[in-house]
Design a protein. Sequence first.
Length: 357
Amino acid sequence: MAAAIRYSRRNLGLTGTNPSVGTLIVREEKDGPRIVGRGVTHVGGRPHAEPQALDEAGELARGATAYVTLEPCAHHGRTPPCAETLISSGIKRVVGAASDPDPRVSGRGYAMLREAGIEVVENVLAEEAADQLRGYLNRAAKKRPEVILKLALSADGKIGIEGEGQVPITGAIARRQVHRLRAESDAILIGIGTALADDPELTCRLEGLEARSPTRIVLDRNMRLPLDSRLVKSARQTALLLTSAADCEMARQPFADLGVGFIAVDVEGREIAIPELLEDLAERGISTLIVEGGAFTAEAFLAEHVVDRLALYVGPGQIGARGIPAPVTPQDVPHGMVLKREARYGPDRYFEYVREG
Ligand code: AOF
Ligand code: ZN
């Protein structure tokens, strides 16, 4: 199952509203277990993992065990239910990790298998699988994406210097981890202040993974983003959405001509309408959202209590008194968040916190 979960990561961020699920078909042979088929939910969400793994296994599936990171589906989509496909393949045993909250499936997938006489084991490494499926599970449970607040801070807890644009804080290894996180996420969001100060691109620039760049979102209700910013200039390659106030319709045209999309969120006097925005993103099929700052935007998401995960990269240098204080530091994480992972990336340290329970 651990191998199936690892395999399921392959299409994270590429399967739309569908979770990236992994399936391994395993035969017990004299000299030990042998993997005869692998599948991961295809880019775009279909085909599902199971039929692909079974295809590869062919006749070898007969009598074998299928390891699935999510309960096999029980509904008819463009293809028959995966539970049915497993049954007709002659699989003898199905080992499942997470259960599927989708009301069309929830419990029915496993029930169909059992009714057909297949041995079913549930909840194997369920927590690890749920961690991998957290965007999907979050969206199903809360009707909003999983929100990951990612910040790079100096050793003295600063995220930059007012008016200085991008200040280097972390090194090359940490930066690659950030790009990998981008590749695995559906969308990334920043405030207009950061967009103006840094002129970032927010794409994934790991070699070979460029096409996995997330949809970029800028909170820009007064449409201040320059038309010649890197974000706008790359809008035809990687989706860019601006959240604009409803009365900005006229101002939208030049952006629209360059391929920029819009989320009209009614802010009603508030600076950012976060709950409405998250709901809109979930409806668009976005399951994981990285929030990358700046301080004002990060604080707004923290105040709304919608941050599910904190990814803090701490560099070794000091910025000093001129620095912008980080809205959250490893010494001061929001109540109810617990350390999940800690790592060292060259000279930098990484701390990941998740919401408890
Ligand atoms: C599986 N294997 O690999 C995945 C599953 O829109 P559809 O018809 O593709 O169905 C989407 C639902 O299928 C999704 O909400 C989830 O319940 C399930 N995803 N199921 O058996 C897979 N990705
Ligand atoms: Zn399926």
